[in-house]
Design a protein around this ligand. Structure first.
Ligand code: NAD
Length: 212
């Protein structure tokens, strides 16, 4: 397995770190970027520690060693450097529609023209933050399930403007990671995973509160 293509992880918190590890396990180069001073560097250290721990416990994904995977991940000093040469950007910032709008406007202006722009959002429909963009055809949601390193399901949610070819290429890329992407064919509140989870949680509460 030697995948030399580059991805940018935009937002290096919980989910950003997990995406970085998944891409590196499949041999992709990964550049981390975060708006918070020092966060991407801290994320690199956390990833290093997690990879060593996973390796020691026999849970490391992919064929590369923990050290080789760590070497594929970097935290460049500038956004331009982080985006340079990326074929896919995975956004992992706060779950706030205005933050997503600002970030996607920035990414559409700065990322390479051919790069796919994916959001990790758990429930915001992609048209809510991409419909005004010149590059809206390359934008879609790729919603992982926590913890993505161990749960392979990813919901792919295109907006009405997303190019079907972009959905297909992102899907094929995620399969290379060992993930199991499913495509939701239309935008719907909560996508599918949250709707199913909330139905189960509601029923559990109903059973508890029924007192029997
Ligand atoms: N945590 C989960 O269980 C989970 C599961 C699936 C999807 N998600 C989704 O993934 C996304 C990220 O969630 P998380 O749990 O990793 O959040 P988090 O708070 O752990 O990390 C968010 C990171 O984004 C950075 N950030 C915020 N605004 C930014 C900006 N404008 N530019 C660059 N970086 C910015 C923050 O500094 C932080 O490091 C959310 O959309 C969330 O809904 C989360």
């Amino acid at each position: 397995m030697s995948e030399t293509r580059k991805v940018t992880i935009f937002g290096s918190g919980l989910v950003g770190c997990q995406w970085a590890m998944l891409f590196a396990a499949a041999g992709f180069q990964v550049a981390l970027h975060d708006a918070k001073e020092g966060q991407a560097a801290r994320a690199l250290q956390q990833i290093d520690s997690q990879l060593r721990d996973l390796s020691a416990k026999g849970h490391l994904r992919g064929c590369l060693s923990a050290e080789q995977q760590q070497q594929l991940i970097s935290a460049p000093g500038s956004l331009d450097e982080a985006l340079d040469g990326a074929f896919l950007v995975q956004e992992c910032v706060f779950e706030d529609v205005q933050v997503k709008r600002d970030v996607f406007r920035l990414l559409d202006a700065k990322a390479p023209a051919e790069a796919f722009l994916c959001s990790s959002t758990s429930c915001i429909m992609p048209s809510e933050f991409t419909s005004e963009l010149p590059g809206r055809a390359r934008c879609l949601v790729a919603h992982p399930v926590n913890p993505p390193y161990f749960l392979s399901l990813v919901e792919l949610v295109p907006s009405p403007f997303t190019d079907p070819a972009a959905v297909q290429t992102v899907k094929e890329t995620l399969v290379k990671l060992g993930q199991e992407p499913i495509v939701i064919n239309y935008e719907i509140d909560g996508f599918a995973v949250n709707r199913l989870q909330y139905a189960i949680i509601n029923e559990a509460w109903r059973l508890v509160t029924s007192g029997r």
